[in-house]
Design a protein around this ligand. Structure first.
Ligand code: PNW
Length: 453
């Protein structure tokens, strides 16, 4: 228990939620006319998924969504970030929509609203229709246009009940891991030039998506991105290091948040890319940087620790010692201050007025106890430390408006299959039974008090 309760408080009206994504929880991949996605294809390739699994059933959320909304109600969340599966809505990626696919999201949204939970819909969480990948996927400029058509269609159809949207989730992850090193679907390893072009098409899709959502939504429709910012932290919080960290964050996100919020690729990025720089027009940059209503940040590991340097580019990156601690996922190194610096830097660098933490959470080696619960003390510690830094940012006036914890449930963790768990609720994949972990009780108390516990 904290000694001074008032110092633990979050701003009034702060939105607490949980986050999930379609392919990771829904299952029902062959139901109601859903088309194939690149993840259905990718999971069939030998050796790509650690436990040889796939998302065919996952959490069976497609059928158990009412039960899952009840879990949210029990937590007391006021909002929920979920993703819409593009291949459910357009089985071929474009062309004729599939009414049965969209009907699932109708049912889900109705259930959320009936329970007083505000839906935030992510339009792309990595499940690209296979038909579009067959034509080049994100390497093909036309995919950006297809995304915008799909996004506009969904925003138009849901506009009466869903006012909030995120375009694409973590462009960095799905481009780098999917097209760069082959760890994610579609499993390609492109040359640097082709990879930069795919990145450009993805940020272009974001911009076209923002325009399409606005054009088809209503006056209260709001839209932003959900990007996993690479956050440079000052190794020691001195004035010089803090300034250096801002410079570093801007450069490290050059082809993602920086171009989306500034409408230009940085000189460093273009110079370093040289002949491998993407081809683009001035019009593209304008589209990519279409003003958003808010910026969504997925915040996990620190991106880098830096100190100031007199030499260009003005900062030095300090390598992580091999003993640096991490959660169950080796990439998830622990750095609570990432949740302070990420929103603070975004608000300062790009004068952003509204920020949501669209994901934050931790993987842990969860083992059920005798009663079937899970005492995930490490996840609770992780969340408490990170959230204290978010509280610090809010207290200093950084405009963070809400937080979506990843994740409501254990789920299909991409190339790690079901071997890594991020949920507040333990899922027994044999029975589909959900059991709240200790972290769920922690989060519930925190929400009830709107303060750290
Ligand atoms: C995010 N990395 O993915 C995604 O948005 C979620 O779908 C995912 O389940 C969650 O974070 C937890 O992993 C990431 O290797 C996957 O650095 C991998 C990395 C980062 C984010």
């Amino acid at each position: 228990m904290l000694t001074n309760p008032s110092s633990a408080q979050f701003p009034e009206g702060f939105r607490w939620g949980t986050a999930t994504s379609a392919y990771q929880i829904e299952g029902a991949v062959d139901e109601d006319g859903r088309g194939a996605s690149i993840w259905d294809t990718f999971c069939k390739l030998p050796g790509k998924i650690r436990d040889g699994s796939n998302g065919d059933v996952a959490d069976d959320h497609y059928h158990l969504y009412k039960q899952d909304v009840a879990l949210m109600t029990a937590l007391g969340v006021s909002t929920y970030r979920f993703s819409i599966a593009w291949p459910r809505v357009f089985p071929e990626g474009r062309g004729t929509p599939n009414p049965k696919g969209l009907a699932f999201y109708d049912r889900l949204v109705d259930e959320l609203l009936a329970n007083g939970i505000k839906p935030f819909a992510t339009l792309y969480h990595w499940d690209l229709p296979q038909a579009l990948q067959d034509r080049g996927g994100w390497e093909h400029r036309d995919t950006a246009k297809a995304f915008a058509d799909y996004a506009g269609f969904v925003a138009g159809r849901l506009a009466d009940r869903v006012s909030d949207y995120f375009t694409l989730n973590e462009i960095r992850s799905f481009v780098d891991l999917g097209y760069g090193n082959g760890v994610f679907a579609p499993g390609l390893s492109l040359s640097p030039g082709r990879l930069n072009q795919a990145r450009h098409h993805a940020v272009l899709a974001h911009g076209l998506g923002v325009l399409a959502v606005r054009a088809n939504g209503r006056r209260n429709t709001r839209v932003g991105m959900a990007e996993n910012i690479t956050t440079a932290l000052p190794a020691i919080e001195s004035k010089k290091n803090i300034a250096a960290a801002h410079l570093a964050t801007r450069e490290m996100n050059a082809p993602y948040l920086t171009v989306m919020l500034e409408g230009r690729y940085t000189d460093n990025y273009l110079n370093q890319a040289g002949a491998d720089a993407p081809h683009f027009t001035a019009e593209d940059l304008k589209t990519i940087s279409t003003p958003v209503d808010y910026v969504g940040l997925n915040v996990y590991a620190p991106g880098a620790f830096v100190r100031a340097s007199d030499k260009p580019p003005g900062y030095t990156t300090i390598p992580l010692p091999s003993s640096y601690p991490h959660m169950q996922s080796p990439w998830l190194t622990i750095g609570a201050r990432t949740l302070y610096w990420a929103p603070r830097q975004v608000s300062k660098l790009w004068n952003v007025k509204e920020i949501y933490i669209t994901e934050n959470g931790a993987s842990a080696a969860d083992v059920p106890n005798e009663e079937g619960g899970v005492d995930d003390l490490d996840r609770v510690m992780f969340l408490r430390e990170y959230l204290d830094q978010l509280r610090r940012a809010a207290a200093e006036g950084v405009p963070v408006r809400g937080y979506f914890l990843w994740s409501l449930l254990d789920n299909f963790e991409w190339s790690e299959g079901y071997s890594i768990r991020f949920g507040l609720h333990y899922v027994d994949y044999k029975t589909q039974k959900r059991t709240p972990k200790l972290s769920a009780s922690f989060y519930k108390k925190l929400i009830a008090r709107n303060a750290l516990v």
